[in-house]
Design a protein around this ligand. Structure first.
Ligand SMILES: NC(=O)C1=CN([C@@H]2O[C@H](COP(=O)(O)OP(=O)(O)OC[C@H]3O[C@@H](n4cnc5c(N)ncnc54)[C@H](OP(=O)(O)O)[C@@H]3O)[C@@H](O)[C@H]2O)C=CC1
Ligand SMILES: N[C@@H](CC=O)C(=O)O
Length: 439
């Protein structure tokens, strides 16, 4: 049996999962690869911290130079953050080690540099765990969709926020309680701001964009909005109109080397949409290509076991799969995904009593502005009116004047993009204009 010597950087959620899987699935791995992966050393920050696995104490170090002294062929980076992870990975590559990383923040920003360095040094750099947790999306794009022209990729790319939205929407739990739960389950980033503000799915989208469109887009150029302002009232209103709110990542290219629209935004999806029923920690990635047509991958997007699965599969594939080919990158023209559709969910909370009898008049006033009111839902709770409106023809420039026609002082307003069903597309016959009213 061939022995492969491995160093593990990080023994948190992912590192612990990798250790456990290499122990629990050692027989399957050996049978299928003819290899035994031996972890020689584990880098951590705090040597005194209580660990979730035993029998590793003698392997722990908090000095990267100890790792460099070991004769290892592979380094698994599961620490997170840009530095010192970037420096450690570069040093490992320059020493001739293959590298596996789960670090999307690093790969989104420095992926091109690190892949180039790996190529120059004749080693592999695999990062399957960096997008979609246990979903093999990177391998699928790199190895099994090479010959397709992919024009669109969209999906739910963050387990923590999907878990929070599901808990709020279906189980009526509050935001902070659901976030705490996601942290305890090991789904969230060390700093969960990256999850709830949308930076984590933006990083993952940047990695996918590089793989499908061969362009590097700086993460700060991807329009992004997180879920911190999504409330239970809004989720209930959207559901009453037949929609679920999901943190949707989207990227679409218009023609070969053409402009790219992309964004990460809380978005309304019709309940019949396949992504609307992707709940809890599950992620989903929908790929549209000229030959494959469309393909959706669904699986657990975060957590110890699914993420460890992606890392260990990378380990098993190191010698089997070819390295990714880096293509010359072109400067794309970027615009926000929301800009090419003008269907919106306008959700208003006001202390003034609103009546559904006023809505036909509002519909006429908006019609005159070119805004079409397709569906509404009004509810009154503790003296507060909550009005959800589905509209087409909405434009930023019209916002102020359109909202002034509501005739009520707005306490809170959110406007979300909507993935349309045919009946809502501008110019098409509307099947139902009837508002849904509940008190
Ligand atoms: N959790 C998840 O579901 C997923 C995570 N990822 C990514 O995997 C990576 C790891 O995530 P996760 O396991 O959740 O993170 P954790 O915070 O649970 O673990 C991080 C580990 O790295 C160690 N570490 C951090 N910084 C240093 C440093 N400077 N020197 C030495 N050791 C260090 C920590 O040491 P110590 O224990 O001593 O503090 C800890 O063991 C991140 O890039 C994350 O984005 C990817 C997919 C899913
Ligand atoms: N914090 C991330 C972890 C996996 O990438 C998430 O919740 O998706």
């Amino acid at each position: 049996m061939e022995q492969v010597q491995v160093a593990l950087l990080g023994l948190g959620t992912v590192g612990t999962g990798v250790w456990k899987m290499l122990v629990s699935n050692q027989d399957v791995i050996a049978r299928r690869t003819g290899r035994f992966f031996n972890i020689q050393t584990i880098l951590v920050r705090d040597l005194k911290k209580k660990r979730k696995v035993s029998g590793i104490e003698h392997l722990l170090t908090n000095d990267f130079e100890d790792v460099m002294k070991k004769d290892v062929q592979v380094i698994i980076e599961a620490m997170g953050g840009i530095e010192p992870a970037r420096t450690y990975i570069k040093r490992a590559i320059e020493k001739g080690c293959h590298v596996i990383t789960a670090n999307k923040e690093l790969m989104a920003v420095h992926g091109v540099e690190l892949e180039r360095l790996a190529g120059q040094n004749g080693v592999q750099l695999f990062y399957e765990a960096s997008v979609g947790g246990g979903i093999p999306v990177i391998g699928t794009l790199q190895h099994f969709l090479k010959a397709n022209r992919i024009h669109k990729i969209s999906g739910i790319l963050n387990g923590t926020t999907n878990y929070i939205l599901t808990q709020m929407d279906l189980y009526h739990r509050d935001f902070s309680e659901a976030l705490k739960d996601a942290q305890e389950k090991g789904y969230a980033e060390a700093d969960p701001t990256a999850d709830v503000e949308g930076h984590d799915p933006v990083r993952k989208l940047a990695i996918l964009i590089r793989l499908v469109f061969d362009v590097h887009i700086p993460v700060e150029e991807i329009p992004c909005k997180g879920i911190t302002d999504v409330t239970a009232a809004e989720l209930q209103c959207a559901r009453s109109l037949g929609y679920a709110v999901k943190l949707l990542a989207q990227a679409e290219q218009y023609g070969e080397n053409g402009p790219i629209s992309c964004s990460v935004h809380p978005t309304l999806l019709p309940l019949s949409h396949p992504l609307a029923s992707v709940h809890d920690v599950y992620n989903a990635i929908h790929i549209e290509g000229d030959q494959i047509q469309d393909l959706t991958l669904v699986g657990q997007g975060a957590g110890e076991q699914p993420t460890a699965s992606a890392v260990v599969e990378d380990l098993c594939n190191l010698e089997r799969l070819p390295s990714a080919k880096l293509l010359p990158s072109v400067e794309p023209l970027l615009f926000s995904a929301g800009e090419n559709s003008c269907t919106r969910f306008v959700f208003v909370q006001t202390d003034e009593p609103l009546s559904d009898r006023e809505l036909p008049a509002l519909k006429d006033r908006w019609e005159a502005l070119g805004v079409s009111l397709k569906q509404w839902h009004l509810s009154v709770e503790n003296g507060e009116s909550r009005l959800g409106l589905l509209v087409t023809g909405w434009e930023k420039a019209l916002e102020e004047v359109a909202l002034s026609k509501l005739g009520a002082e707005i306490k809170r307003l959110v406007i979300r993009p909507v993935v349309t069903v045919n009946a809502l597309s501008a110019g098409e016959e509307v099947k139902s204009e009837v508002g849904v009213v509940s008190n």
